[in-house]
Design a binder for this molecule. Structure first.
Ligand code: SF4
Ligand code: FES
Length: 248
C-alpha cells in the first residue's frame, strides 16, 4: 500500500504546530499502525530529517502509551482497539490519513504526537490505591466476594489509562477513567474501607487538573479500547453523592 500521511509536527510544548505531509510507501497490510510509522521514520532518518515523535511501549494493547487521533478518532475508530493493535488492512491503498495528538488542555503536547499525561498519574496519587494492610496472600475464598461484584471490578480494572476518553470528549472530561478506577477498587472488600475518601479525592484531583464535566454524549465509551461502560460514571456519581452526604 502507498499512503499519504498528514502528521501534526510540533517541535516542543511552546512552539506552534502544523500538519506536514509524508508518503508512506510499500506498507504491508499486516503491519500495525505504529509499524507503519516506524517505516516512515526510518525513511526520515535516512534523509537526515527528524523522525515523528510518538509514544508506545507494550505494543500489545495493555499499557495505554500509544495515543494517536487517527482521521479524527482517538485510536482510529476500530472497536476495542488501541493504536498499536490497529492494522493497516483497515485502510485502502492511496488513502490519506490524518494523525494528531490527543487534544485537551490537561494533556499538553510535548512534541509532535506526544502529550503529557501526568495529570492521570496525579489523579491516581490522590487516592487511586488501597492503603489498608491486607496481610499475606489469603487462602482462596477466605474473603468472599460476590461474583457480580468481582466481575464488575474486573471490567473496570481493564482501563489502561490511555486517555482516549478525554481526547474524544468535547469537554475533555476524564470521568470515564476516574469512574473506572473508583469501581475497580471500591467494589472489592479491601477497597471498601477508603471508598468515600477515595471518590472525593479523585474527583477533586480531576477537577484541579482542568478536565471538564461529562458531556453525556457517550463518545468516551465509543472510543475506549477496553470498552469501559458509561455505567461506571453513574456509579461514580452515586458514590460521590453518598460520600458528600456522609461528610467524609
Ligand atoms: S476509560 Fe478507556 S479510554 Fe479512558 S483511559 Fe481507560 S481505557 Fe483509555
Ligand atoms: S503501546 Fe501499549 S497499549 Fe499501545
Amino acid at each position: 500500500m502507498n499512503l499519504t500521511l498528514k502528521v501534526w509536527r510540533q517541535k516542543n510544548a511552546t512552539s506552534p504546530g502544523r500538519f506536514e505531509a509524508y508518503q508512506a510507501k510499500e506498507i504491508i497490510q499486516d503491519m500495525s499502525f505504529l509499524e507503519m510509522l516506524d517505516v516512515v521514520n526510518e525513511e526520515l532518518i535516512s534523509r537526515g530529517e527528524d523522525p515523528i515523535a510518538f509514544d508506545s511501549d507494550c505494543r500489545e494493547g495493555i499499557c495505554g502509551a500509544c495515543a494517536l487521533v487517527i482521521n479524527g478518532v482517538p485510536h482510529g475508530g476500530q472497536k476495542a482497539t488501541t493504536t498499536c493493535q490497529l492494522h493497516m488492512r483497515h485502510f485502502e491503498d492511496g488513502d490519506t490519513i490524518t494523525i494528531e495528538p490527543w487534544r485537551a488542555r490537561a494533556f499538553p503536547v510535548l512534541e509532535d504526537l506526544v502529550v503529557d499525561r501526568s495529570a492521570f498519574d496525579r489523579i491516581i496519587q490522590a487516592g487511586g490505591f488501597i492503603s489498608v494492610r491486607t496481610g499475606g496472600v489469603p487462602d482462596a475464598n477466605a474473603i468472599p466476594v460476590p461474583k457480580p461484584d468481582a466481575d464488575l471490578a474486573m471490567d473496570a480494572a481493564q482501563c489502561i489509562g490511555c486517555g482516549a476518553c478525554v481526547a474524544a470528549c468535547r469537554n475533555a472530561s476524564a470521568m470515564l477513567f476516574v469512574a473506572a478506577k473508583i469501581s475497580h477498587l471500591g467494589l472489592l472488600p479491601q477497597g471498601k474501607v477508603e471508598k468515600d475518601r477515595r471518590v472525593l479525592s479523585l474527583v477533586r484531583a480531576m477537577d484541579k487538573e482542568g478536565f471538564g464535566n461529562c458531556a453525556v454524549t457517550g463518545s468516551c465509551e465509543a472510543v475506549c479500547p477496553k470498552e469501559i461502560s458509561l455505567e461506571f460514571i453513574s456509579r461514580m456519581n452515586r458514590d460521590y453523592a453518598v460520600a458528600l452526604f456522609k461528610g467524609k
